[in-house]
Design a protein around this ligand. Structure first.
Ligand code: AMP
Ligand code: MG
Length: 415
């Protein structure tokens, strides 16, 4: 008898995945190797930044008071008594109309309370003149204005980017605590599949899902082990899934999760005694996407149809990987945009359609051929339109949610 599956909403399916995810263990790593890992500790300022009042310009440190009354007609003269570059400190304290020639980043000398930019002066034999009055604190970078010793400057759960590495260097975090990354296995199933170098004879198709998932994982900077395509043979499949589970945190299979005669994945979950979180989602494409867990291991049964496979990865696998890696933000990014084309086909399930989002105008339209078996649209689109399920279609001008997948298309330099 055919098993009856009850569809659950996308948000509930996503939530079930996230609820069942534990973060990976914490490891110490050299800060230069920490790029794209996630911080497992708060980064705390170990001193004030700036550490002392300093000059943001090349110029002269003066007492602002001495510039009172300066104008074009009445230039005021200053005598330079010392000259310091960044990294050196003046031992002299300035008085009256004295000044210290100072370079960007150097410590403000005692007695000075403002900095005159080089461009604002006219040189004299022993110094310079200026035509403008300065106020106390003008052109000074103050101690602690960016952050103070003890401040949490970057929170645990943040992905380490180049800026974070700069902060680690600033505060002497030579090693830093991060979450270990998960490892992923990808197994493409289906007797019709052939790998890239095999002969493509009638009835066969290329395995595109396996390499695509590999690309998606590599894009997330995680290890992925790709198994050879597996024919729809229960014993072979069971063995390879079981083996992959021993070695990886996540096992992704594509194909074979539906109710066809050779769809063996549901039986495999049963025999592995894995807890199936869901096996039917109120979404198109990919309603049969199945997720199961067993001893902290995740099994993602993604649909064989390429677009459905991609959608399943983006909605369920990606957030789980983010959480395993220790990220605080695990949900996808979506924006509101205006439809620039009609989409009249109604569906009771939430529909995810590959799309081209124009970031300049925030308008969006479906991207080329878009059925669930489409491959090319995955490559050429930058987003997915999310259309809520219901009895009506959507028309030009409607506001829709758009899930952003890729930001790599430039759109000019207007400034
Ligand atoms: P299935 O989910 O096994 O019912 O497969 C659904 C459809 O996706 C079928 O037309 C398959 O031929 C196709 N398909 C399955 N696996 C792959 C794959 N790895 N690459 C490309 N297409 C696939
Ligand atoms: Mg199949």
């Amino acid at each position: 008898m055919l098993e009856k599956r009850t569809p659950i909403p996308v948000s509930e399916a996503m939530e079930k995945c996230i609820q069942n995810t534990r973060q990976k263990e914490i490891i110490d790593i050299n800060y230069l190797d920490s790029l794209n890992y996630v911080l497992a500790e708060d980064i705390i300022a170990t001193y004030d930044i700036p550490m002392f009042n300093k000059s943001p310009y090349d110029g002269f440190a003066i007492r602002s008071e001495a510039s009172d009354g300066a104008s074009g007609e009445k230039r005021i003269a200053f005598k330079v008594i010392d000259h310091i570059g960044a990294g050196t400190v003046s031992e002299k304290a300035i008085k009256g109309n004295e000044a210290v020639r100072i370079m960007t980043g150097a410590k403000i000398p005692n007695g000075a309370d403002s900095v005159v930019m080089l461009e604002q002066t006219v040189a004299t034999d022993d110094g310079f003149t200026l035509r403008k009055t300065f106020t106390q604190g003008e052109n000074i970078s103050f101690q602690g204005e960016e952050c103070k010793r003890g401040d949490v400057v970057i929170q645990r759960g943040t992905v380490i980017n180049a800026g974070v590495i700069a902060v680690l260097a600033t505060f002497s975090y030579a090693t830093v605590k991060v979450y270990q990354k998960p490892s992923v296995a990808i197994i493409a199933t289906g007797s019709e599949l052939v790998d890239i170098k095999e002969k493509l004879v009638p009835g066969k198709i290329r395995n595109s899902n396996g390499p695509m998932i590999m690309g998606l994982c590599k894009d997330m900077h995680i290890e992925v082990n790709s198994y050879h395509v597996k024919a729809d043979d229960y014993d072979v499949l069971f063995k390879v899934v079981e083996e992959a589970m021993q070695q990886h945190d996540i096992v992704i299979t594509t194909g074979g999760v539906s109710v066809g005669d050779f769809d063996y994945m549901p039986q495999i979950y049963k025999d592995l005694k894995a807890e199936v979180l869901f096996n039917k989602i109120a979404m198109r494409p990919g309603s049969v996407t199945t997720v199961a867990v067993s001893d902290d291991k995740f099994l993602f049964g993604l649909s064989g149809n390429p677009s459905a496979c991609y959608t399943g990865f983006e909605l369920y696998t990606r957030p789980v990987i983010h959480k395993l890696m220790g990220e605080t933000e695990v949900y996808p990014t979506f924006v509101k945009a205006t439809l620039s084309e009609d989409f009249t086909k109604a569906n009771p399930f939430t529909r995810f359609t590959r799309s081209d989002l124009d970031f300049k105008t925030m308008t969006v339209k479906p991207s080329g051929f878009n059925k669930s078996n489409a491959v090319v649209a995955i490559a050429t689109s930058n987003s997915m339109i999310v259309l809520p399920g219901g009895s009506r279609g959507f028309v030009t001008g409607d506001t829709v949610d758009v899930l952003i997948n890729r930001l790599s298309t430039g759109n000019g330099v207007p400034w």
